[in-house]
Design a protein around this ligand. Structure first.
Ligand code: BYC
Ligand code: FE
Ligand code: FE
Length: 480
């Protein structure tokens, strides 16, 4: 038998799900395809659509050796349907159906719930491409330009992944949802994207690196939770997406690291020790550390909002129904049902921030968010090591989870990045110290001039330690 992990590039839509024998779904996807290309051309990357880009394409869905690098024009990228290999005799890892065989079809009673989660997941993917569409015009190097486009085509593929599930398992309403995914637009007043952070702007490259550090990492956590789903096609799809997701976070974390590296090197070379001597640092043509901290504050907190409310019956229901698990559910040692467990949650009690023991099922969004915060710390630690290595006394921190929130417990109060509750007046007075101001944005904007010479980098960012696919420093990642 031919391995199902190998990708079939023979059909119009590359896939490892044997689409050639699934005429109904193949036809539905072929019908959806032109609308997708229209969307890509009008809402995807601005410009560069005719330039060969050195992109990786998945050749097999196995771990290791699955990618091939080559020059491709973005509209010719082979978007396809790729699922991780089916695990034989997989059983359901959590919830009411714990231990039963995983589902290969959607049970009627969970259809609406599954559809909603798949639609929300699908909605974020094209949204991020829309948010990033202007960035090519100001790329700090061809290396970065290529990374942007790699992230963009893969987010496009993630949309395909969700559309496949909708078309194959959700009949007419699945088809309608697939069309709606191309209709809503990031930041559009009449038809916005579904989740808050995906309607915000990504105005510059520092924002892009923060977004891929923090918001793509919410993607990672949500995909990890869906990878534990009893609905096996969803679990397999998200497991493959996670392999691509790792590169997006790499782009973000190393991107910010290169920015802080450049800033602190320039400070050292100029003999500036005080990171708060903002004018002198900016005069060097680099981004001062306090402004980098503000950007981190913004993107981290927008991403915290993506975990939903602290106390959520939606989350409890999804887990109970075995539709969504916890981070690495299959490595947790407990009963996987949580019906009598508790979990400590930071709540807002009479205007004070307090840790409250809460039924574990209602607190699942928080558990995932706590795992997320721990995961974020790895990137922050890398940034701080770089700052320290260059001899500057400054630490980037993650703000308190009560700071600058729009969803959940803390959306009704104002808090500082240290977690002190503030009056409106105190907040108004201080918020420009904590979040990027118009002036900060204008300064960053002034640095965003494109560098398209192979091997050259804008002055505000250090070159990477290594090229993509081990290519040399002056490699022409995008042919202009
Ligand atoms: N904005 O019980 P609650 C990614 C709504 S990122 C607007 O607290 P629940 C990517 C909520 O819908 C990962 N609305 O929340 C990254 C509900 O409304 P309804 C995307 C929000 O349902 C970078 C109400 O508030 N994937 O892949 O437990 C680049 C009460 O909800 C928000 C997923 O999110 C918000 N932030 O949790 C590219 C996975 N938060 O239904 C891609 C699927 C909550 O009462 N989604 N609401 O009208 C889910 O699992 C859950 O829906 C959520 C929310 C975690 C999002
Ligand atoms: Fe994605
Ligand atoms: Fe991503």
């Amino acid at each position: 038998m031919e391995s199902l992990t190998k990708v079939d590039y023979g059909t119009s839509i590359p896939n490892n799900v044997n689409l050639a024998d699934d005429r109904r779904v193949l036809k539905a996807l072929e019908k959806w395809h032109p609308g997708y290309i229209d969307w890509w051309m009008s809402m995807g990357p601005e410009g560069f659509q005719n330039n060969p880009v050195y992109l990786r394409t998945a050749m097999s869905a196995d771990v290791g050796g699955w990618a091939k690098f080559d020059y491709v024009k973005m509209p010719d990228y082979r978007w396809g349907i790729l699922l991780a290999p089916q695990e034989e005799n997989r059983t359901i890892p959590c919830g009411e159906h714990f231990g039963e065989p995983a589902w290969q079809e959607v049970p009627g009673e969970y259809r609406a719930m599954l559809r909603r989660l798949i639609v929300i997941q699908g909605d974020t993917e094209p949204a991020s491409v829309e948010q990033q569409r202007h960035l090519g015009a100001t790329a700090p190097s061809l290396y970065d330009l290529r990374n942007l486009f790699q992230v963009n085509v893969e987010e496009g593929r993630h949309l395909w992944a969700m559309v496949y599930l909708l078309q194959k398992y959700f009949g007419t309403d699945g088809r309608e949802e697939a069309d709606e995914l191309l209709r809503r637009q990031s930041g559009n007043e009449d038809a916005p994207r579904m989740l808050g952070a995906f309607n915000e702007a990504t105005p510059d490259w520092l924002s892009f690196f923060m977004f891929t550090t923090f918001t793509d990492r919410d993607g990672k956590m949500q995909l990890e939770a869906l990878a534990q789903s009893a609905f096996d096609p969803l679990a397999r799809t998200t497991r493959f997406m996670l392999m691509e997701e790792a590169h997006h976070m790499f782009v973000g974390v190393t991107g910010v690291q290169r920015v802080v590296n450049r800033t602190t090197q320039a400070m050292r070379d100029a003999g500036i020790e005080d990171p708060y001597d903002i004018e002198r640092v900016r005069a060097l043509g680099v981004i001062d550390l306090p402004t980098i901290q503000k950007k981190a504050n913004l993107h981290f907190t927008l991403s915290l909002d993506l975990f939903g409310s602290e106390i959520s019956t939606n989350a409890a229901n999804a887990f109970n129904a075995s539709v969504k698990g916890r981070y690495r559910e299959d490595r947790i040692n407990d009963d996987h049902r949580l019906t009598s467990d508790t979990y400590p949650v930071l709540r807002c009690v009479d205007g004070e921030i307090k840790l409250v023991d809460t039924p574990a099922l209602s607190a699942l969004n928080m558990r995932l968010r706590d795992d997320y915060v721990r995961d974020c710390m790895k990137g922050i630690d890398m940034w701080n090591k770089t700052i320290k290595k260059n001899g500057i006394d400054f630490e980037i921190i993650l703000p308190h989870v009560a700071f600058h929130r729009h969803i959940g417990e803390f959306s009704t109060i104002k808090a500082s990045p240290r977690g002190d509750v503030l009056s409106e007046a105190q907040w108004e007075e201080k918020q420009s110290d904590w979040l990027p101001t118009k002036a900060d944005g204008d300064f960053i904007d002034s640095l965003m001039t494109p560098v398209y010479e192979p091997g050259q980098f804008a002055g505000w960012i250090a070159p990477p330690k290594m090229g993509i696919d081990n290519r040399p420093g002056d490699f022409e990642y995008v042919r202009l």
